[in-house]
Design a protein around this ligand. Structure first.
Ligand code: SAH
Length: 342
């Protein structure tokens, strides 16, 4: 099978070209992949014809192909993208007035068994490569006419999968996405969300180039969190909060906590007050998400007033926003990515 170049950093491209090629050739290929964003290796016209053909005989760019595109009435688009091995993964495009947000996947399926999330019902199929993570961004940005308009683009690693269980590839993809000579996005506009893989939080903190960190909290006590997010049996809430406290935030960064509100389960005023206490010593903000329902999910969405009352309590302690669901009608909203045909 031909080898994908997407996902390779300069040193790897150098190796592919071999010692006989001058250094600048690797830079030309890197520039073609990530800056020009060619779709086919024959488009790298900076290379001599023979080298181009040689390269193309054993390699491809490695962009995904689109299998399905679902359009929401609110402007969001959900993409089912086909990878080299035929597996498919979902990416969601959410245009707004002053910016666009792209929600990308880090794994095919997900091994973390959260009881309110439809992706959990798939289980884990495999990790994505760095090239497949970058490929989602390049493909969907181009499909929406956003080539080289990185200043508008936010990336959230909140699609399928648990990014901290695929940390090396997620970090490598981030380096390529933020490299000024690569895709050139801002490091401040890429966010990774985790269910709370405690030891990997510290590991992420040691990376010189890394996305911002968001944590899916989703409960106010150890017991409740264990019920909703069985991963808590292994990584306790207390340790999670400690890891957050020790996390080396950059000067421009806050921790983001996400909290899915489930009617009558974790949405009371008492829950909100406990959350405030839990996070008291952290430099944090919170996003509330009222449950997006779906087949197989045994919870209900709270009323808007309940969500606002919960927000009002959190707001006394930190900035707190209610996340507006996007693409509900096409199964594109948080927790709905499961290859449903809308
Ligand atoms: N595995 C990572 C990345 C997925 S992010 C994580 O858990 O953070 C997806 C976000 O959507 C998480 O904050 C999750 O708690 C939330 N979510 C999952 N299912 C949902 C649902 N049905 N309705 C609303 N939000 C949901």
């Amino acid at each position: 099978m031909p080898q994908a170049l997407l996902g390779m950093e300069l040193s790897e491209i150098r190796q592919v070209l071999g010692p006989k090629q001058p250094e600048f050739r690797a830079r030309q290929v890197y520039d073609a992949l990530y800056h020009q964003q060619v779709r086919d290796l024959v488009q790298i016209t900076a290379l001599p014809c023979r080298l181009r053909q040689e390269l193309a005989s054993e390699h491809t760019v490695g962009l995904p192909a689109v299998e399905q595109r679902y359009e929401s009435t609110d402007g969001a688009r959900r993409y089912l993208l086909r990878l080299e091995d035929g597996r498919t993964v979902e990416t969601v495009w959410m245009p707004e007035e002053t910016r666009d947000t792209l929600c990308i996947s880090s794994q095919v399926g997900c091994p973390v068994d959260c009881k309110f999330c439809m992706t959990a019902l798939m289980g884990l199929e495999r990790n994505l490569t760095a090239g497949e993570i970058v490929g989602q961004v390049l493909f969907v940005a181009r499909d929406n006419g956003l080539l080289h308009q990185g200043a508008r683009l936010n990336i959230v690693m909140m699609g399928m999968g648990e990014p901290l269980l695929n940390l090396p590839n997620v970090v490598k993809a981030t380096r390529i996405l933020v490299d000024a000579k690569g895709v050139g996005l801002s490091e401040k506009r890429i966010t990774l969300s985790t269910a709370g893989i405690v030891p990997k939080i510290a590991k992420l903190g040691r990376e010189p180039v890394r996305p911002k960190l968001a944590i899916s909290l989703n409960a106010s006590t150890e017991e409740a969190r264990r019920e909703l997010m069985p991963i808590t049996r292994k990584y306790h809430l207390k340790e999670l909060i400690e890891a957050c406290g020790a996390y080396p935030l950059r000067v421009w960064e806050k921790l983001t906590f996400e909290y899915v509100l489930l009617k009558g389960v974790n949405d009371t005023d008492a829950d909100a007050r406990r959350v405030v206490k839990l996070l008291a010593n952290l430099n944090a903000k919170m996003n509330l998400i009222a449950l997006n329902p779906g087949p197989g999910i045994p919870f209900e969405t709270p009323e808007t007033e309940r969500v606002r009352a919960f927000q009002a309590i959190i707001r006394r302690a930190m900035p707190c926003f209610i996340r507006k669901p996007r693409g509900l009608d096409i199964f594109a909203a948080c927790g709905q990515l499961k290859r449903n045909s809308a």
